[in-house]
Design a binder for this molecule. Structure first.
Ligand SMILES: [Fe+2]
Length: 309
């Protein structure tokens, strides 16, 4: 059974990462509807506000509690997030609460956790609220995807992007339930599960970038296409892994190198979009969003590689 310390730290680290991700998913959904589907946009807006409130609550509880490793990983906020939010607010007219980003940037980097039974209860309640909101958002994405596949609704998001963000919501829910049950995960099983999940996510990010670039961006298109293929191959290999597989450390270290390279590409793309140097159908926040997911995966891979050595 997970100790109170681990329950609190793991819950806050998970929520800080995923609640912002889901807040942005709600934004990407909201901003991509036609004028005809404003009621769907409004539902997404309500969900975005709900995740904004949850993020504010999580930041307040997290000060001095989460590890310096997570704080410095670039998975919660990056040096681009505030500018990406400002530019995206300017393009969309939808407010993104940069104040929360500033609060996250100034979270205390020294661990000074005061583990009280009150904090344990507050975290448990926070996880429960996150489960409820994420379930509503996952249902919304799932219904939207069905309606898109049957040509009842049109959106400017790729259907694969909606499927992708639905998988992310379900993955987050699975971990939230494990935490609420105080389940200690089997390390090898966790490594394999995470690699199977995130390799596919990274492959799809590369393909989204490829598909959202202006046709004149030939060099970036080719680089993104290459990353798509690299991560398709890594996904294929990860899917064959079992707890007995002896090449798992080798695969994890290869995956780490590929993810560093993709992360650097995403970082350059985020900067290029903010500085108006790249032509694309993507707002800067989408680039910063996928950059944070790569940083999250890198932190996990780092932990795995340490454990596998
Ligand atoms: Fe993603």
């Amino acid at each position: 059974m997970l100790s109170n310390d681990e329950f609190i730290r793991q819950s806050l680290e998970l929520n800080l990462f995923f609640i912002r991700i889901l807040k942005e998913h709600s934004f990407f959904l909201e901003a991509a509807f036609s004028p005809k589907d404003q009621s769907l946009a409004l539902q997404a807006d309500t969900l975005r506000c709900e995740f904004t409130t949850l993020l504010a609550e999580t930041i307040m509880l997290a000060d001095g509690v989460i590890s310096p490793e997570v704080l410095s990983s670039g998975e919660l906020v990056t040096k681009y997030t505030v500018d990406a939010e400002r530019a995206t607010e300017f393009y969309s007219g939808i407010l993104l609460d940069t104040e929360l980003t500033h609060m996250e940037l100034s979270l205390d980097k020294n661990l000074t956790p005061v583990i009280s039974s009150l904090l344990v209860d507050q975290i448990s309640a926070l996880n429960q609220k996150a489960i409820t909101a994420t379930t509503v958002l996952a249902d919304y994405k799932s219904k939207l995807l069905k309606d898109i596949f049957s040509c009842k609704v049109f959106t400017f998001n790729y259907p694969l992007l909606i499927d992708h963000i639905l998988r992310e919501a379900r993955f987050y829910l699975k971990i939230l339930y494990q935490l609420q049950n105080r389940q200690v995960v089997n390390i090898l099983e966790d490594i394999i599960d995470q690699e199977k999940f995130w390799d596919r996510i990274m492959a799809e990010h590369a393909k989204f970038i490829r598909g959202l670039l202006d046709p004149t961006e030939v060099a970036l298109f080719e680089t993104a296409n290459r990353y798509g293929k690299v991560f398709d191959a890594l996904t294929k290999q990860a899917l064959t892994m079992t707890e007995q597989t002896i090449i798992l450390p080798q695969l994890s270290s290869k995956t780490y190198k590929a993810t560093v390279s993709l992360r650097n590409f995403k970082s350059a793309a985020t900067e290029g979009l903010i500085q108006c140097k790249i032509r694309a159908l993507a707002v800067p926040l989408l680039a910063d969003h996928v950059l944070r997911e790569a940083n999250h995966y890198l932190r996990l891979l780092n932990t795995f590689n340490r454990r596998l050595c």
